[in-house]
Write a protein that binds this ligand. Structure first.
Ligand SMILES: Nc1ncnc2c1ncn2[C@@H]1O[C@H](COP(=O)(O)OP(=O)(O)OP(=O)(O)O)[C@@H](O)[C@H]1O
Ligand SMILES: [Mg+2]
Length: 161
């Protein structure tokens, strides 16, 4: 059973420019332990795919990182991990997730990133981290929470941008 704290630890990071968000994603990637589920929340254009792109590249992917808005799911098989990147913005009904077969793809080496997770409620694995991106003038803010023991055991320096 996964322990979920009532007031989960979390914090707030400020990214005045995209390069700061990219640098954070790269650093965070160096701290991950798999399996891991990260829900990426925030309005259109808030920075979810920007984070995912820099994170997936930092883990060793050299090609394009497409936004999975139309296909719902992009799959990256990398050296030591696999990343499943989902975007549920266009999903009609969360039940569609049952037919996508993500449960079959999840294994001990998987990092699952989900944009618009609120559209898949009830059909997604529980989040270890929730990253919530928000507009802050011309930059972006990130509010993060660590919901599971696994997430809470991350080194604090992963969140110093
Ligand atoms: N820290 C930042 N400061 C300013 N602009 C940023 C910052 N981070 C990202 N951006 C810009 O904001 C936009 C974010 O787009 P992105 O595709 O990442 O949003 P998204 O949250 O995935 O949206 P969607 O819900 O449409 O998938 C990009 O144009 C990017 O260049
Ligand atoms: Mg996106």
């Amino acid at each position: 059973m996964i322990a979920v704290a009532e007031n989960p630890p979390g914090g707030h990071l400020v990214f005045p420019r995209e390069q700061h968000l990219n640098a954070f994603a790269k650093k965070f990637a160096s701290f991950i332990r798999v399996p891991l589920v990260i829900h990426l929340e925030g309005d259109l254009g808030a920075g979810k795919t920007t984070f995912a792109r820099a994170f997936i590249r930092a883990l060793g992917h050299e090609g394009r990182v497409k936004s999975p808005t139309y296909g719902l799911l992009e799959h990256y098989k990398l050296d030591s991990v696999q990343v499943l990147h989902m975007d549920l913005y266009r999903i009609g009904d969360p039940e569609e997730l049952a037919f996508l077969g993500i449960e079959d793809l999840l294994d001990e080496r998987t990092v699952l990133l989900v944009e618009w997770p609120e559209r898949g409620t009830g059909f997604l694995p529980a989040a270890d981290f929730v990253f919530s991106f928000a507009y802050a003038g011309e930059g972006r803010d990130l509010y993060w929470s660590a919901l599971t023991e696994r997430a809470q055991s991350f080194d604090d320096t992963a969140f110093i941008s």
